[in-house]
Design a protein around this ligand. Structure first.
Ligand SMILES: *[C@@H]1O[C@H](CO)[C@@H](O)[C@H](O)[C@H]1NC(C)=O
Ligand SMILES: [Zn+2]
Length: 599
């Protein structure tokens, strides 16, 4: 189990390219709004008091406080599922086992894609066609509805290098007639069964920018040729997407997450979220960034802003894209200077600078926070350019405002973010600091890329530009995982941020004794802030999320040991004991899981 999970996640996927393109989901109308959260009987008063062995409030020390950790171990909830009082009580009768801390947030993930991923066949690490056939058989046993013309079975993770040959549509008796669409480990190719191949014309001409694999037989379609089969794929409908959401929320609670920033949700899916978030099935706080059906366009009227008082869904931000999806691995992200190991390649942008600036201005004028995806240093530069221009236009239309005015306006009104902010030229880092542009960083991206990043970038760019964390601290970085690209477990992110080592292997880059560029490592407290207060501020939820204090959402998790006394090595083995959202228990570890870890 453990090793297959490690393989499953150990591969860095540029899954989003696939997921978002492939899961270009549309829904019909007819959402049911049945059941209302905090309405009727579910609004019964919850004024319970909870005492633990310790409570980490995560509240900054106020002026005059000795330190922020005034020992408290109890809190009481108010009737509207907020913390009402935080206090100390040593009466041992009422003390529950474990140590409480604020519920964690993932500052950049993809809820629906993660749910779909949980419902796909796991082909990661498959070593033979027999292995794949038996995994697919097991998948069909567990998912009897899958594999029909209406609901194709999906899977991900095969690799022809490991299989020893390119797959073909031919399959054995058990799978004959079934509809399979199975993505390669990098999501750049998909392998379909004969039933799907039969839907296509017998003679398929080559596709520019793509490959139809013809030997040893038909069945695999790569890059642009994938569109041929994706066009025929019956996209998941609302019911199925609701299942994806439910599974995703459950899995996220199990690793201690109470909220997440959904980094790109189509307007129709926002409508579905809005309906779902009024029901008791919706147990995760979601801060959703709108993504127009046509990427990098203006669609503020398609997605109504949402700001629910109960904090379960907030929509007031948009996701734009400067550079291409995909990380350094494919030399795709846009760089100012060519890649060190491909001097002829500088990557590519998805929009030009003037369009990005115009979009940033227009979206922020419509009242949306603008969050721009940028990996390479050229993409990051254009993102900073666009944000600076928008701040000038919106905050200081009259000439003469200085940079402090812009920074003040950014901090109070706009909070523009750069999603990933992976490789940033030193000049642009200075501009981010001057304007207060928020980096939204995934610590496990650094540790997944460290094996080859230095080859792509060269030593100097790596040292001065790449995968910064500590030097970005004054900007209140938001930390996350980019699930399902990386596993959602925030303790892996904490470990990666603190050690700059891979949470699955516990080691740094090949050949290195220590973590990768440890000068950019964070302390546990700083990393925790990124998954709590940083994520809250990046969502305009400061004071409400990521802290245990009066008036904040009653969201907390319970660990067996206090986080602040753990060694860095312990972080990657943490198993959350309980997760509570709005005063409700949404995850409790089963007793038989208690001692199950890989140590
Ligand atoms: C930028 O792209 C837009 C849209 O594709 C195009 O209309 C515009 O001319 C481009 N601007 C520049 C400066 O290339
Ligand atoms: Zn993402």
């Amino acid at each position: 189990m453990a090793s297959s999970a490690v393989i499953w996640w150990g591969v860095r996927l540029s899954l989003l390219a696939g997921c978002i393109a492939v899961v270009a989901l549309r829904l019909q109308h007819g959402l049911d709004g049945a059941g209302t959260k905090n309405g009727g009987s579910s609004s019964r008063q919850r004024q319970a008091t909870f005492c633990y062995q310790g409570v980490l409030t995560n509240v900054d020390p106020g002026p005059g406080d000795d330190d922020g950790s005034a020992a408290v171990n109890c809190f009481a909830l108010s009737g509207d599922a907020k913390f009402a009082r935080v206090f100390s009580d040593s009466d041992s009768d009422s003390v529950r086992p474990g140590y409480a801390l604020p519920g964690l947030w993932d500052g950049h993930g993809h809820l629906l894609q993660f749910g779909e991923f949980l419902h796909s066949a796991d082909l990661f690490g498959s070593v033979s066609f027999d292995d794949i056939r038996s995994r697919l058989s097991r998948y069909l046993d567990a998912n009897p509805a899958a594999g029909s013309a209406d609901e194709w079975a999906r899977g991900i993770g095969w690799d022809q290098m490991a299989l020893g040959a390119m797959p073909t549509a031919a399959a054995d008796e058990r799978l004959r007639g079934r509809f399979f669409m199975l993505d390669r480990v990098d999501v750049h190719c998909t392998w379909v069964s004969q039933a799907i191949l039969d839907l296509l014309p017998a003679h398929l001409p080559d596709v520019p920018g793509g490959e139809i694999v013809r030997t040893p037989g038909m069945g695999v379609f790569c890059d642009n040729a994938m569109d041929l089969v994706v066009a025929l794929w019956p996209k998941p409908g609302v019911a199925r997407k609701k299942t994806f959401v439910a599974s995703a929320m459950k899995a996220l609670h199990a690793v201690g997450l109470v909220g997440m920033h959904d980094a790109g949700v189509f307007p129709d899916d926002i409508a579905m979220y809005d309906a779902m978030s009024r029901t008791d099935d919706w147990t995760l706080r979601v801060y959703a960034m709108v993504e127009c059906k046509e990427r990098n366009t203006l669609c503020p009227d398609d997605a109504a802003k949402v700001s629910r008082d109960d904090g379960f869904l907030t929509v007031r931000s948009v996701k734009l894209f400067a550079g291409k999806y995909g990380a350094l691995g494919s030399w795709g992200s846009a760089m100012i200077e060519p890649y060190s190991d491909r001097p002829d390649v500088t990557g590519s942008l998805l929009v030009n600078a003037s369009t990005l600036t115009a979009l940033t201005k227009a979206w922020s004028a419509a009242g949306f926070q603008v969050n721009i995806h940028a990996i390479g240093d050229l993409a990051n530069r254009y993102a900073v350019d666009a944000m600076e221009a928008a701040l000038v236009a919106l905050c200081a239309p009259a000439a003469g405002a200085d940079v402090d005015d812009l920074a003040d306006c950014q901090a109070h009104h706009h909070r523009f973010r750069i999603e990933h902010a992976q490789i940033i030229h030193p000049d642009d880092q200075l501009r981010m600091h001057a304007l207060g542009i928020i980096p939204s960083v995934q610590p496990t991206h650094a540790t997944s890329d460290m094996a080859y990043a230095e080859r792509r970038l060269g030593a100097e760019r790596t040292a001065t530009e790449a995968y910064r964390m500590r030097s970005l601290l004054p900007l209140h970085p938001v930390l996350g995982s980019d699930f399902p690209v990386e596993p959602p477990n925030p303790f892996e992110g904490l470990y990666a941020a603190v050690t700059r080592k891979n949470p699955h292997t516990g080691v740094g880059p090949p050949g290195a004794e220590d973590g990768w560029h440890r000068e950019e490592a964070l302390s546990v407290g700083q990393a925790l802030a990124g998954f709590t207060k940083g994520a809250a501020r990046g969502a305009f939820l400061e004071g409400k999320a990521g802290v245990i204090r009066e008036g904040a959402f009653a969201d907390w998790i319970v660990l067996d040991e206090p986080l602040e006394s753990m060694s860095p090595e312990q972080l990657r083995y943490v198993k959350v004991r309980e997760t509570w959202v709005a005063g409700k228990l949404v995850y409790a570890r089963r007793n038989d899981d208690a001692d199950h870890n890989d140590l």
